[in-house]
Unconditional design. Structure first.
Length: 235
């Protein structure tokens, strides 16, 4: 390993707050397929492992942190926390994006796909796991994702589906949900509201509620079900 590469890897370790015993793991984690001599020297396999380690650590943490939260709501929180958008954002916030080893053509381009940043963070997590074990990976993940976990968990308090949907929509779709009353039925003292939510051009199944607030929460829950591939709870 050249002195220049050693210095490069030392700077990366200092930036990320983790020192590797096996620096080849770090080198592989930073190497995109475009900059690797062979596919086995890129970070693609490590990305696969890192994704699994990240998911496990976040799931276990949510299970222990949120004892009164049901499985479906924990799944929604976890999906938001480990999303590709979150991973690419954190990669840049950590400064890991400055240490990518890319092929010349990609490295010179003005626009590097965001997916590469997300993949690199997952590969780095795998490298920490392979180098220091699950406890080292857990400490790193919770340090890096702590703020994101707290933010999304707070939004989900009391099954606040509107807050969860707004957080998801802003982060992953770049839009804010819009709610529309489609119909109102019943006498003045016992009205029911039929509400539909739209995010950008995407319209989700409407839901009824005995109050406008309840109908909006149910409509938001329908939208989250569609976005996460769950059965629609209110038809």
């Amino acid at each position: 390993m050249s002195m220049e590469l050693e210095k490069f890897l030392e700077n990366c370790q200092s930036q990320m707050g983790y020192t590797f015993r096996n620096k080849e793991l770090l080198r592989n984690a930073l190497t995109h397929a475009s900059g690797a001599d062979t596919p086995y020297q890129s970070n693609e396999r490590m990305e696969f492992l890192g994704d699994a380690v990240l998911g496990y650590v976040i799931c276990k943490h949510l299970y222990e942190k949120l004892p009164n939260t049901l499985e479906g709501d924990m799944t929604k929180i976890k999906s938001s926390v480990v999303s590709r958008v979150t991973c690419q954002k954190l990669c840049k916030q950590l400064g890991l994006d400055k240490f990518l080893i890319l092929g010349r053509g990609l490295g010179r381009s003005n626009r590097i796909p965001d997916s590469i940043f997300a993949n690199t963070l997952e590969a780095f997590i795998a490298a920490v796991y392979l180098d220091g074990g699950m406890e080292a990976a857990r400490r790193f993940i919770l340090r890096v994702f702590e703020e994101e976990i707290d933010e999304v968990s707070q939004d989900s308090d009391a099954n606040n589906h509107k807050s969860v949907l707004q957080h998801y929509s802003q982060k992953n779709l770049g839009k804010i949900p819009e709610y529309k009353i489609l119909d109102i039925k019943g006498p003045e003292h016992r009205k029911s509201f039929h509400v539909q939510v739209r995010v950008g051009d995407q319209v989700f199944p409407a839901a009824w509620g005995v109050t406008k607030k309840e109908a909006e929460q149910r409509a938001a829950e329908n939208a989250l079900a569609v976005l996460y591939g769950f059965p629609i709870p209110y038809l």
